[in-house]
Design a protein around this ligand. Structure first.
Ligand code: F0G
Length: 463
């Protein structure tokens, strides 16, 4: 039977709330002081001093009552726990992959996979590597290359699948370097580094064809697979009547392997997995797993975590949930566009990215407009976001000074099932108010910043 499409204009939160947690109210004066104490780095602010926390959608979601019940039923046996088999079955059923390896979060899967590949000096190609993925590829001695589709960096111009890979550019690169030197292709769905934009089924299929032609394994970084599948349903020809679960399974049919941060679309606070068909590679991965994460049937997680993931992987494919989820970021994005606030258009699946370069043209990239905006949002309304710009991605010159990154974005990530529409209305009101006085926002300068992953611990001061 075909599911009835929601006939109303108002999309509602498809849940009611059973447990609540107070928000962290502060005064502007307190926030001024807190920012100074935190050296203008929002990672240093205590969460209880944040009113609306949009720093990340990773591990910050609310679990369902089913998942909490699963937590109580979790089997904590070291080997062969029932919860592991529930987890394994859920991942197998979704991905169709054979070898299922639990890990404590996404980057552990990356670390194990790229260490096991041992492809020093060789290339990994992608639509866009997420920053930890790139860091783990590079830590293994391999080289990470991004091939986003043309126009992906044109933030103003909407397109349905701006997360796609540029398949022609990938093929040109493979021919140039020789297929033996390209050891893996990673498709990140949705594409987090470029605005949470989805990848189309057509693009996945073309990438798969390319990979088959040159015998390159295709892995999916599937942290946000369900959001991607729902975008395919909404936007790609031929899928509007297909259940999202089927779409997700079709995406995974293209994959030789997958790595997942379960902290996103498995609706849990911690966890991840690595999955593949290649038995030889999986054996190497399992050896590293036992060395660094734990035994095959728990991989750095508690049995209860595995149980919650197994349940979350099914819940996330509920189309009422996905309709609310995608509509939430659209709602925020549309409100900002209405007042001419520049964002990555269209809004992404897991959040809205403000284009700080365009919003604050009076601040030079070397004065960190993204970070300045993130601090201003906290000062104005206690909203915590994250800079994706020169502080996060800027390369350094020989003196350690930052060179401008290609983009200056501020990501407003949406935790799953946490905030309601009035919270988002509040966020919109704060941004509107900030926009009126944006010329007063000042750039920042570095006090100190380590050379690696500097955004987490850098200290800054206002100019
Ligand atoms: N891949 C993608 C696409 C991600 O977005 C993340 C994490 C990871 C891998 C790594 O997973 O955090 O579980 O180790 N993204 C978070 C974020 C941190 O805020 O976007 P992890």
């Amino acid at each position: 039977m075909k599911k009835e499409v929601w006939p109303w204009k108002t999309i509602i939160e498809p849940f009611k709330i059973k447990a609540v947690e107070p928000l962290g109210f502060t005064t502007r004066q307190e926030r001024e002081h807190l920012l100074e104490q935190a050296h203008y780095n929002l990672f240093n602010i205590k969460a209880e001093k944040v009113l609306i926390d949009m720093l990340t959608d990773s591990g910050t979601g609310a679990m369902s009552c089913e998942q909490w019940a699963g937590i109580m039923k979790g089997d904590e046996s070291y080997a062969g726990a029932r919860s592991y088999y529930n987890f394994e079955m859920a991942v197998k059923d979704l991905t169709g992959l054979e070898e299922i390896i639990p890990v404590h979060q996404g980057r552990a899967a990356e670390k194990i996979l790229f260490t096991a590949l041992g492809a020093k000096g060789k290339y990994v190609i992608s639509n866009s590597h997420f920053d930890t993925t790139r860091a783990n590829v590079e830590a293994s001695g391999a080289i990470a290359m991004d091939f986003p589709q043309e126009g992906a960096l044109d933030f103003d111009k909407p397109a349905p699948f701006k997360g796609n890979a540029d398949v022609k550019a990938m093929e040109k690169f493979i021919k140039e370097k020789g297929e033996k030197n390209v050891v893996m292709c990673v498709m990140t769905v949705t594409n987090n580094s470029l605005g949470g934009q989805p990848v189309s089924m057509e693009n996945l299929r073309e990438v798969k064809k390319l990979c088959d032609k040159y015998a390159i394994p295709l892995f999916i970084d599937c942290a946000r697979f369900a959001e991607n599948a729902y975008f395919i349903k909404l936007r790609e020809k031929g899928y509007s009547d297909t259940p999202v679960e089927e779409i997700a399974k079709e995406m995974f049919e293209m994959a030789d392997g997958a790595m997942m941060s379960s902290k996103k679309d498995a609706l849990v606070n911690i966890g991840g997995f690595l999955a593949m068909n290649d038995k030889t590679l999986s054996l190497k991965c399992r050896q590293l797993l036992i060395l660094t994460e734990g035994f095959n049937t728990y991989g750095g997680l508690a049995g209860r975590d595995l149980e919650a993931i197994a349940i979350g992987l099914k819940e996330v494919l509920d189309e009422n949930y996905l309709q609310y989820r995608i509509r939430s970021s659209q709602y925020l994005g549309e409100a900002l566009l209405k007042k001419g606030i520049p964002i990555v258009n269209p809004p992404g699946g897991h959040g809205v990215y403000i284009n700080a370069k365009k919003f604050l043209p009076h601040i030079k990239p070397t004065q960190f407009p993204g970070q300045a905006l993130a601090c201003a949002l906290y000062l104005e309304g206690g909203i915590r976001t994250v800079e994706i710009g020169t502080l996060m991605f800027g390369k350094r010159d020989s003196k350690g000074s930052f060179l401008p990154a290609p983009m200056e974005l501020v990501r407003m990530a949406m935790p799953r099932r946490v905030y309601t529409q009035s919270h988002i209305d509040y966020v919109i009101e704060v941004i509107y108010s900030l926009a009126k006085n944006k010329k007063k926002i000042k750039g920042l300068s570095i006090v100190e910043a380590p050379l690696v992953l500097s955004h987490f611990t850098a200290k800054l001061k206002p100019l």
